[in-house]
Write a protein that binds this ligand. Structure first.
Ligand code: DX5
Ligand code: ZN
Length: 229
């Protein structure tokens, strides 16, 4: 995985057909997805439950791009090795998930994955200020995590601040929640390069009619790139 700041679209399979993940993953990749975003929820850190390491290992067989695993779980540390063994390229943990996020990021890299750190909407950019040399990605949540299809919360100012804090470091800024062609431009202009989108990618399509996935991905990408001038 090489680093660059080009716009990357990462469909969240939270909005896919849960009975058909393999074909859904292949469909979004065929239709232009750059990464595949996997939302792990535990019913404790967030009020919803999705999938654990065995499911993520099964997804891995179908992902040919980058498997971006977003852990919305607490505690995180006991499960890092399992998600790394499941084949996650990137493992993202929340600042809010425990007292020792610094140790968590070290453990993720120690397990052989890229390390991401996520910020809930109520958490300031400064919460990651002392973590930027330990992180490969900062995920700015633009919804309160737990569900797809929620209303976008504007975090443009936070993204701009993070982009300045990151400077020349090879750290991605990812946006997660309510991303669509209308919300993507300001975020891209502020410095975000990875755009997660669930409902805005999967709407209107299916595995047997996947062209809408491609149109949706292209529309988000075009809107974001246009904002970069
Ligand atoms: C929210 C998840 C997101 C979610 C995004 O808790 O982390 O990845 O699937 O879904 P949309 O794009 O529908 O807001
Ligand atoms: Zn997510």
């Amino acid at each position: 995985m090489s680093f660059d700041r080009s716009i990357k679209i990462a469909p969240s399979i939270l909005s896919a057909d849960f009975a058909d993940f393999g074909r859904e993953i292949r469909a979004v990749e065929d239709q232009g997805a750059d990464w595949v975003h996997v939302d792990v929820m535990d019913g404790h850190f967030v009020p919803n439950i999705t999938f654990g390491p065995p499911a993520v290992a099964a997804f891995r067989k179908h992902v040919t791009t980058v498997m971006d695993v977003h852990l919305m779980i607490a505690p995180v540390d006991p499960y890092i090795d399992a998600f790394a063994r499941a084949g996650a390229d990137i493992i993202t943990a929340h600042v809010e998930a425990g007292a020792h996020i610094h140790r968590t990021l070290q453990a993720i890299r120690g397990a052989g994955a890229r390390a991401g750190v996520a910020l809930n909407p109520g958490t300031p950019a400064e919460a990651v200020e002392h973590l930027l040399d330990l992180a490969d990605l900062v995920c700015v949540m633009t919804v309160n995590p737990g569900f797809g299809g929620q209303k976008f919360i504007d975090m443009t100012a936070k993204v701009r601040r993070l982009r300045a804090m990151i400077g020349d470091r090879p750290v991605h800024i990812e946006i997660d929640g309510g991303v669509d062609p209308a919300t993507a431009p300001a975020l891209a202009a502020a410095g975000a390069d990875v755009l997660v989108a669930g409902s805005a990618v999967f709407r209107g399509g299916s595995v047997s009619n996947s062209a809408p996935y491609g149109e949706n991905i292209a529309a988000i990408r075009a809107a974001a790139q246009a904002a970069l001038g």
